[in-house]
Design a protein around this ligand. Structure first.
Ligand code: RIB
Length: 290
């Protein structure tokens, strides 16, 4: 069995600066680096680094950024049999500025827009060994809806990380097994209080809240699984590492609370280094501290 991630692949172009420029202002940054990213790819690598078998469904352009991402997948043992190289479109990129203890990101989707319903329909064998499918919203929404239906038909569990935030059909939320918004995404999707939403979707809506940890309703009451207080270097990919690790925990049949605890620990590691995938811990890095 494996975890299948259907999602985005980006190359992150990261500038490190003391401050964000104002509109129209030019400033000098401190450092620049190019690292593999993309919410889907980050979640896949996060789960693979914990030792899970992971297969990716997605697209890159026929260019050097696409090669970088594919090589990184191979190095981290993510199966790329269902990653398609598309001629004539660039691979996805994210222009990231890390400054003032925070970040700002502009994504240019490129080949991620080619992860269409048709592409998935023509590659349904990708799901033959899936126990859990992990989805985010950097590919067309129609594809996310279609994959969810395929998973429902086949009895495969679906985790949907609704990032970046878009208006979501409540019908889709009924069909997924876990929805993992942050506070802003929860507000945008449901337009209701956290208490009401969590109560309405017990053991399903898992809301992340930075270093305050995670909130969900266990059927009786709201549970807070506290986060770890660490020195934050870069929050890029923290949410993705949380989702990858949550999938790892559920894949290994940990109960929900335990899976969230591990995911919190993984996210706390990720924020202590620059970058997304490269900052995520391996299983050994976690065991050292237990
Ligand atoms: O969640 C972080 C990711 O968002 C980055 O790696 C960037 O590529 C954007 O997709």
């Amino acid at each position: 069995m494996n975890i299948v991630v259907v999602g985005s692949i980006n190359t992150d172009l990261i500038t490190i600066s003391d401050k964000f420029p104002k509109i129209g202002e030019t400033i000098t940054g401190n450092d620049f680096t190019t690292l593999p990213g993309g919410k889907g790819a980050n979640q896949a690598v996060g789960a693979a680094k914990l030792g899970t078998e992971v297969l990716f469904v997605g697209c890159v352009g026929n260019d050097s950024n696409g090669e970088l991402s594919l090589n990184n997948f191979k190095n981290e043992n993510v199966n790329t049999d269902y990653v398609k190289k598309i001629d004539g479109v660039p691979s996805g990129i994210a222009q990231i500025t890390v400054a003032e203890g925070d970040n700002s990101i502009i994504v240019v989707s490129g080949a991620n827009n080619e992860v269409t319903k048709e592409l998935v329909k023509n590659n349904l064998s990708a799901f033959d060994n899936a126990k859990i499918v992990l989805l985010q919203l950097e590919i067309p929404l129609e594809t996310v809806e279609y994959v969810t239906e395929v998973c429902n038909e086949r009895g495969i569990k679906v985790i949907l990380n609704p990032a970046p935030a878009v208006d979501l059909d409540l019908e889709l939320i009924e069909k997924v097994d876990y929805l993992t918004p942050n506070e802003i995404e929860l507000e945008m999707i449901f337009n209701d209080s956290m208490e009401n939403v969590l109560k309405q979707y017990p053991n399903k809506v898992i809301m992340t809240s930075g270093d305050k940890g995670v909130y969900y309703h266990n059927g009786d009451s709201i549970v807070n699984v506290p986060g770890f207080k660490v020195d934050v270097v870069d929050t890029t990919g923290a949410g993705d590492s949380f989702n990858g690790a949550l999938a790892y925990g559920l894949f290994n049949n940990f109960n929900l609370k335990k899976a969230i605890e591990i995911a919190n620990l993984v996210a706390s590691k990720t924020v202590q280094k620059i970058g997304a995938q490269t900052a995520m811990p391996y299983l050994e890095d976690l065991e050292l501290e237990r």
